[in-house]
Design a protein around this ligand. Sequence first.
Ligand code: 5RP
Length: 220
Amino acid sequence: MTQDELKALVGQAALAYVVPGTVVGVGTGSTVNCFIDALATMKGQIAGAVSSSVKSTERLQAHGITVLDANQVQSIPVYIDGADEIDHSGCMIKGGGAALTREKIVADLAEHFVCIADESKLVEVMGQFPLPVEVIPMAAAQVMRRFAQAYGGAATVRAGLVTDNGNVIVDVRGLKINEPLAMEAEVNQWPGVVTVGIFGRHRAKVCLLGTAQGVKTLSF
Ligand code: 5RP
């Protein structure tokens, strides 16, 4: 199966985690696009969606799915999103699509994070994928220096990109994220960092992994 077919497979499989009558949290990315297209088949059964990006909002609305502001809901049963990497404890790197801050906000509203990913995303130690960090523009150079000093990572500003929140993304290469929770807590303290793309505190409870043998369910 191609990577796109695996994404379609897990996007469809995620429907089993949508709780009828409730609001569903929706992430961002090509795998989530497959989920959104599948969700359209049960739009009459849900109370709406909370979205993590302008792009996902547009796709949901194009299917006639009601999109609610995050401030309108107190909690949601499930948040469904992809990942750039996921380790064997459910911790993830996210933000390849630059939506990490809103993704973490919606994940925080949710009781369960269900990650949908093709098998290339499952890793032993995270860091092969450049770690995205959303940063207030005036702090970008200082945050990049700090990464080099603290973790030996080589950081660059993602060219030509402004996030939905008006900030920049710094991508950090050359990291080995052996302690995701500690690194997440540390980097989130640095002035100017809006969100680091390590999802440790908001790690997945379940990962639906698309493999050549079908969908594998990993529980953490
Ligand atoms: C967007 C994300 C995505 O979930 C991540 O980049 C995976 O995307 P895709 O499903 O296209 O591989 O974090 O900010």
